[in-house]
Design a protein around this ligand. Sequence first.
Ligand SMILES: [Zn+2]
Length: 260
Amino acid sequence: MSEPDNPKTAQHLKAACKERYARQILLPQIGSKGQQALGKSSVLIAGAGGLGSISSLYLAAAGVGHIIIADHDHVEESNLNRQLLHSETSLGIEKVKSAANRLQELNSSIKITPVQKKLNAKNIDLLVKKIDIIVDACDNYKTRQILNRASIRHDIPFIFGGVQGFNGMVSCFIPGRTPCFECIVKPPKNKIDKGIIGAVAGITASIQTMETIKLLLNIGSRADRLENRLLKISGLDMKIKSISLEPDPDCRVCKHINCK
Ligand SMILES: [Zn+2]
């Protein structure tokens, strides 16, 4: 959070922040120290669609100091069943512009950096240089590969989230501590059906956000977090499974890192 020049304004802002975050500061796991830590944190949200809509709103509301949100698409009508950052007035405009407007409306005391780019192996390094966590909010395997490899190169946690139909999946991939995304998820053989119920993106992204905040503040043990676990959510029969993960000994991406 940037410090204003006028000390009176600074005091006023401090009081306003205290009021805004009062309900989470009350939590012993967060408190004033945790709130300050959130204010100093930076997160990259890769995608301003169904998952990115919810994770960015909750992270902005929680007071994460700097949110970089990247997406190259424009808002279309078929997005509006799940991409709650956007509205009818945003149709046709860049998703990141629509996102930045909405997030800044929600919380003007944090910094939002919209990045109107398709992420690739070249531009990702600059984006993740000074961030603490990568939040996966994309919709394709190739971009996840790029994020996974950047996470390993820069030693940054990667919060994976995937949705399809009524189903969602979440895991925390942490270099040196867990398998990586490519140990666990292999490239799809068939074309993926794009049908989705909006609420499953909401559930999945909310769990990703919980894990992001827990990691940023080091809340709970590794077992409490989704480290070495894949959470599978089935919205149709409302069953949630936690599956233990092992690194793939043949994974070429993280094999130089000792998973423990
Ligand atoms: Zn791996």
